[in-house]
Design a protein around this ligand. Structure first.
Ligand code: ADP
Length: 489
């Protein structure tokens, strides 16, 4: 059974129960008040007819009734009647006595000229002692007793009390009021039912449809439900789950794409030197290298190509291990100044041979400790210096190394006055296999992995690496390393 049907049944059930309870209460009340159950319709009439007067008025009326029965002529005694009237006035009622067609006594509190004309005719059997009457807009409740004076003339004694018109209106409109109350209960139930279905069933329906979308593999939608209740929270969790799922699928697709690209790049990069080596070996086999000089040249080329291939495979291996986080970092306290000194000493001779001047803005005597994996850091610096010399196009070739210190970080800058990098290539140079302008790079024989490896290493150190470059002027490669504090490592 759906929630909607369950709600409908429970609300209808509640409605029926409340109406039954309403009817039952009214019936019980009627029985308790009248001792009879001729119908709820009669309840208010009976109640009013039985109790038109208050208890005090009623007791005065009973005294008057007793007089009428036993000493009727006393009800012509104006003095006595005035006394009774006084008593009645204190409880806000009035007295009226008539004899045949004459009025014997009328309370001056009544102030109702039409009263006499509206009183009921004589009924010596006194069938209806208590009743109500309307005169114009005013409404009266009374108790009366008809009797005969000793001379046989008919007489009536009335104890009359003016009632609030509101009470009368209520009495007249009671059926309508009861119907309106029942109507209010029904309408309230219908509205509550609609409200609950809207706030519960509808969002659940939306949630079900969304789950179906996900089942069909469609994750590009969003659930915009703003309610803050439990269903709202459920929707929020569901929406978060959808986002996560969407992200992870996107990531998987991206990974897949990267994997394909990697395989294609590797095959391409391996094929070129292998094709070259194969070509030269075929040349030797076919006797093209027919002189010892030619043979020497061919063998040298094959050797260089094999070395390149070896370097490429090693770089690839390192990169993939770094990427898979399979290379452990052996962190230790390293004096970065001493470390750069060593690197510079190592490279100076090779670079000077190529006509490149290596400047090192050393901070003499100052030792600055960082936390680093020495071997990997060296790899980074060498990769950057290698690039700086590879892309050098000036006559006066300079590579300048410097450091900047902050309380927490050391920034190392390696600046060259080479060809620079076009601004549009800058965001990609740390990506694997990326070479800005491949034609320009073909002579350099780079794998496109040098900066990708450097970036992996620096990130592994918790630092950052970035580049600033001006085409035609030069390039600065920066990386940061965390300074060692006493507690660290
Ligand atoms: P490669 O093996 O091609 O040098 P890298 O990842 O080390 O690969 O560098 C990526 C690309 O960034 C290079 O191909 C080159 O186009 C550009 N590049 C890197 N360093 C420099 C530099 N110092 N001057 C000019 N271009 C550079």
């Amino acid at each position: 059974m759906s929630i909607r049907i369950k709600l409908l049944l429970s609300y209808t059930g509640m409605l029926v129960i409340s109406l039954l309870v309403f009817v039952l209460t009214a019936s019980l009340f009627t029985i308790a008040a009248t001792g009879d159950i001729h119908g709820i319709r009669d309840f208010y009439k009976v109640h009013y007819q039985i109790n038109p007067l208050t208890e005090e008025e009623e007791s005065i009326f009973l005294e008057l009734k007793y007089l009428a029965k036993n000493e009727p002529d006393e009800l012509q005694n104006k003095e006595l009647l005035s006394e009774y009237d006084f008593k009645l006035r204190t409880v806000r009622a009035g007295l009226y006595v008539r004899r045949d067609n004459d009025q014997i006594f009328e309370s001056n509190t009544m102030n109702q000229p039409e009263l006499e004309a509206n009183l009921p005719p004589y009924d010596l059997n006194n069938h209806q002692i208590r009743n109500t009457l309307n005169i114009g807009e005013r409404f009266y409740a009374y108790a009366k007793y008809d009797f005969r004076y000793s001379d046989g003339a008919r007489g009536s004694v009335y104890v009359i009390r003016e009632r609030s018109p509101f009470g009368e209106v209520t009495r007249k409109l009671l059926p309508i009021l009861v119907l309106s109350l029942v109507g209010i209960v029904v309408v309230a139930n219908v509205l509550l039912y609609r409200w609950i279905t809207r706030s519960v069933v509808k969002p659940l329906d939306l949630l079900r449809k969304s789950a179906e979308h996900i089942k069909e593999g469609n994750l590009q939608f969003s659930l915009d439900l703003h309610s803050k209740d439990e269903i709202g929270q459920l929707n929020e969790t569901f929406e978060n789950m959808r986002k996560r799922l969407h992200e992870s699928i996107q990531l998987r697709l991206q990974d897949e794409e990267n994997r394909k690209e990697l395989i294609s790049n590797i095959s391409h990069d391996l094929r070129t030197p292998i094709t070259n080596i194969k070509g030269y070996i075929e040349g030797i086999r076919d006797g093209v290298a027919d002189t010892p000089e030619k043979m020497d040249k061919y063998v040298n080329i094959i050797y260089t190509k094999t070395t390149d291939l070896d370097k490429l495979v090693n770089e690839l291996f390192l990169y993939s291990k770094l990427d898979l986080k399979q290379v452990p970092f052996m962190f230790e306290h390293v004096d970065i100044i001493g470390f750069i000194d060593d690197c510079i000493d190592e490279q100076r001779y090779v670079l000077e041979e190529k006509g490149i001047r290596l400047e090192w803005k050393e901070r003499t005597g100052q030792s600055v400790e960082v936390i680093a994996d020495l071997e990997k850091l060296k790899r980074t610096v060498l990769n950057i210096i290698e690039n700086a010399q590879k892309f050098m196009d000036k006559q006066d070739k300079t590579i300048c190394v410097s450091t900047q210190l902050s309380p927490e970080w050391v920034t190392v800058e390696i600046r060259d006055n080479g060809m620079g990098i076009e601004p549009e290539a800058i965001p990609y140079i740390f990506e694997r296999f990326y070479r800005a302008e491949p034609s320009r790079n073909s002579s350099t024989g780079g794998s496109g992995l040098g900066l990708a490896i450097a970036s992996q290493i620096i990130e592994g150190h918790g630092g950052t690496i970035w580049v600033e470059s001006e085409p035609g002027i030069g390039t600065s490669l920066y990386f940061t390393l965390k300074r060692a504090t006493k507690e660290a490592v």
